[in-house]
Design a protein around this ligand. Structure first.
Ligand code: ZN
Length: 293
């Protein structure tokens, strides 16, 4: 892999020295990698896997948070062992590599948690608002939605992601519409899209989260200030009248990262794209949110 970047190194896998180094080999097929997967009691049938990134996307779409955290730990351990071999000439036994990775991932999670606690100091929280993404309770699904508006441009876009109570990815959507609208209107239209999408998919028991406090309060009738957007709020409320199982709430931006990125995924104007496996651009936040639960 490094040869492609101009680094003078052998094309053979540094961990086994037998096969050519490519991502699928180093993560899944190398005997060293297999040893690491066995250390933590996981294994995969690699014969069906065409590419490593495709496998990762499929895995993200199907596995629970706990499993994803284990997978991330193993991959991190393999990658660290590989770098140790290449850059320091040291060989680490698979058991050591996994033990050290488990510790490093735990330290990373702890540091993320203490960052969240530090952010809370001195902040008056008037609502029950979370700093990180939380799965919905069992039997419900959660749709996170965010909008993207650039002043002066004649379009706006929104991103939506549906996950279940175990944090499993169900579906994502990006949508771009013509029109120069205010941020509140774009956010409100995003929430309306989420309600319509939930209804069209036949979902029951849906928590919709938006990081636009103004939109959420207006839809929930806490404030009634945005006259120009009134028709969007009214449509949301009309749909919600018959669907008491759909709840709209406000979350902080930190808890809405995946929707934030999805809202920026390129899309044709007046079109939407649906994803049944997560798009590449949300892999990192999806994995890091799975590690923080
Ligand atoms: Zn190898």
């Amino acid at each position: 892999m490094l040869r492609g970047k101009g680094v003078n190194t052998t094309i053979l896998c540094p961990l086994c020295g037998i096969d050519v180094e490519h991502l699928r080999h180093i993560c899944l097929e190398c005997n060293y990698a297999k040893g690491c997967w066995n250390e933590l009691g996981l294994g995969f049938d690699t014969s069906q896997i065409l590419s490593c990134s495709e496998w990762l996307l499929q895995t993200l779409a199907n596995e629970s948070f706990n499993k994803l955290a284990q997978i991330a730990t193993i991959l991190w351990g393999i990658w660290s062992a590989r770098n140790m071999r290449v850059w320091q000439g040291k060989t680490v036994a698979t058991q050591m590599a996994m033990q050290s990775s488990v510790i490093q991932v735990k330290q990373w999670r702890d540091s993320q948690q203490s960052k969240i606690l530090r952010n809370k100091v001195g902040v008056q929280v008037s609502e029950n608002v979370m700093d990180k993404w939380h799965p919905p309770r069992e039997g419900r699904v959660k749709i996170n939605v965010d909008a993207h508006v650039i002043a002066g441009l004649s379009w706006f876009s929104c991103g939506l992601i549906i996950r279940d109570h175990e944090g499993r990815f169900i579906r994502a959507r990006t949508r771009k519409d013509a029109g120069g609208v205010s941020a509140v209107e774009a956010e409100a239209r995003g929430v309306l899209e989420a309600i319509r999408w939930a209804i069209s998919l036949g979902l029951y028991g849906v928590d919709i989260e938006s990081d636009s406090k103004n939109s959420v309060h207006a839809i929930n009738k806490i404030v009634e200030n945005y006259l120009e957007v009134r028709v969007v709020f009214q449509e949301c409320r009309r749909l919600l009248e018959d669907r008491r199982d759909i709840l709209i709430s406000f979350v902080k931006k930190q808890a809405n990262k995946v929707a934030h990125i999805l809202a920026r995924v390129p899309c044709e104007i007046n079109c939407f794209s649906d994803f049944i496996t997560p798009p590449q651009s949300v892999l990192e936040p999806l994995i890091s949110e799975s590690l923080m639960i």
